[in-house]
Design a protein around this ligand. Sequence first.
Ligand code: ADP
Length: 315
Amino acid sequence: MESTKESMRAHTSSDTPATCGECGNVDCAASRRKHGESDEDLEKRQRLQSRLCRIRRKIIVLSGKGGVGKSTVAVNLATAFLESGKRVGLLDVDIHGPSIPTMLGIETTSIRAQGEELIPREVDGLKVLSLGFFLGNPDDPVIWRGPMKANVIRQFLSDVAWGDLDVLVIDSPPGTGDEPLSVCQLIENLDGAVIVTTPQKVAAVDVRKSISFCRKLEVPVLGIVENMSGFVCPRCGEVTPILLSGGGERMAKDMDVRFLGSIPMDPRIAAAGDEGRAFVRHDSSSPMASIMRSILAPIAESDAHAKSPDPSMRS
Ligand code: ADP
């Protein structure tokens, strides 16, 4: 039997009406008032849902530890989708340390609004929104408690002119705190999480928590990427396992999730991040590019299935 999540996905299309309730999807949770829900809360939920209905796929990038390459993976995954011909958005909900603006070379922070909507920045066709765009001085810390973060994330989803997207990639801060929790609760039909780790035990232990977090919230785990696994000497090609090796793969096996592959430490990846370019654009034969393809291939295949006409309907 088709689950509610599946049926919500099936009703997601680029011509979904902008007003919630007009699509006729009786399975949609936003079509009904929740017990005790006020008019204002129902209106907020419907506004969010009408925006999310125009985004076919939503993928969150998570990790238990900071500095493991989560934003790097998010930027490269979004770019790989873009290069495969999809309409893509990238949302940075790393409120305390937004690195997406730097990694995409968006240095100016001005953001336009049209009526009540914020207009995302566009970089080579990729629609981008980050809290970093709203910080007057990038050196200023953001000191917010949970409810403020949840409110901002809701606005980033419901008050931004994302338009019709095939994929929204969401980069969240490390851990299982307010930001990933808000995303998972606000987006009822998340397609899944890509989990990033580095090979050593101290990172792997925390990343296990991210997997348990996804399981508790019923978010499918699309797989684990092991980043910074080994340094390849650019002169002799010898691989030095600086952060040990194999931790990501072992954890994937232990926790029964798909291992997507290893990305070596590569100074060109760090340089691309600092220079505001997505590495996959420049090296399509790298391990990074092949891992990104392995994430998007099953998604593209299931989209193709969903779109292909039922043979029994042919005359
Ligand atoms: P996180 O989002 O997990 O905090 P980032 O994606 O910001 O981590 O990466 C931290 C730093 O490491 C960045 O400067 C990034 O360019 C660099 N980096 C990420 N992955 C690699 C890699 N495989 N090789 C070299 N540098 C990397």
